[in-house]
Design a protein around this ligand. Structure first.
Ligand SMILES: [Zn+2]
Ligand SMILES: [Zn+2]
Length: 239
């Protein structure tokens, strides 16, 4: 016989709920859907400008000391790697769209830990040929979910006008060169005078976010802040 307690539990926490990282059955549901064995790498010591992980004693990473960025600041919930990389990969390449609402819970928490007060939420767009291929833009899924959670409007402000090759093997300068001029403001987008929150899944060198922010600023945005699910540790990118 099933005990009433069990029935009640079953009602609150339907069985079959799985850890979003390793797919292990969860004993109970949590807001974040992660089992005790999977530890997500929280981004605790980060550069106050680009938001990438740095040694605890530092405040600004070496790149930000020598560069003027077109966005005010960037933050990310996690350091990219292990479990956080698994989630990003599933969302981006394995059609795991169901992850976007859970991942955006962490991102909304990170947003609320900042002093930002934005007017509009947008995302890093992908080229329409890639959209056809993949069927969705993972950054858009995250942006829409984050916008709901922070109670702001989501709007499509940018478009990817030029298809660019994979940047995995390129350093920051090469990425900046490759990506420059490949984004444009969407026709009729209301950008002027707006404080914009730009969303992406991962921030690596910041080249993509910088180029998007440059276009938004050139079109009159008052400010651009960047929020990503994860970012690559600044120490991993000394170039
Ligand atoms: Zn797990
Ligand atoms: Zn930095």
């Amino acid at each position: 016989m099933i005990k009433p307690v069990k029935i009640f539990r079953e009602f609150l926490y339907p069985s079959g709920i799985k850890c979003i990282v390793c797919d292990a059955e969860l004993e109970k549901d949590t807001r974040y859907g992660v089992c005790p064995n999977c530890k997500l790498p929280y981004n605790e010591n980060y550069c106050t400008v680009c938001g990438r992980a740095i040694p605890a004693q530092n405040i600004i990473c070496d790149t930000c000391k020598n560069t003027v960025l077109p966005f005010e600041s960037a933050r990310s919930s996690f350091v990219y790697g292990d479990a956080s990389a698994t989630l990003v990969h599933k969302l981006k390449y394995r059609n795991a769209r169901y992850l976007a609402p859970v991942m955006s819970e962490f991102m909304a928490d990170t947003y609320f830990s900042t002093e930002w007060n934005v007017d509009a939420v947008t995302c890093v767009p992908i080229h329409k040929s890639r959209m056809r291929q993949r069927g969705y833009n993972q950054a858009e899924l995250l942006a829409r979910e984050v916008a709901t959670r922070i109670k702001k409007d989501y709007s499509e402000l940018l478009e990817k006008t030029v298809k660019t090759k994979n940047m995995v093997k390129l350093n920051r300068v090469q990425r900046m060169e490759l990506i420059r001029g490949s984004f444009g403001a969407k026709f009729g987008a209301e950008i002027c005078g707006k404080k914009i929150l730009l969303i992406d899944d991962v921030l690596t060198t910041g080249a993509t976010a910088s180029e998007c922010a440059r276009v938004l600023t050139a079109n009159g945005a008052e400010s651009v802040n960047v929020l990503t699910f994860a970012s690559v540790a600044a120490t991993a990118w000394l170039a």
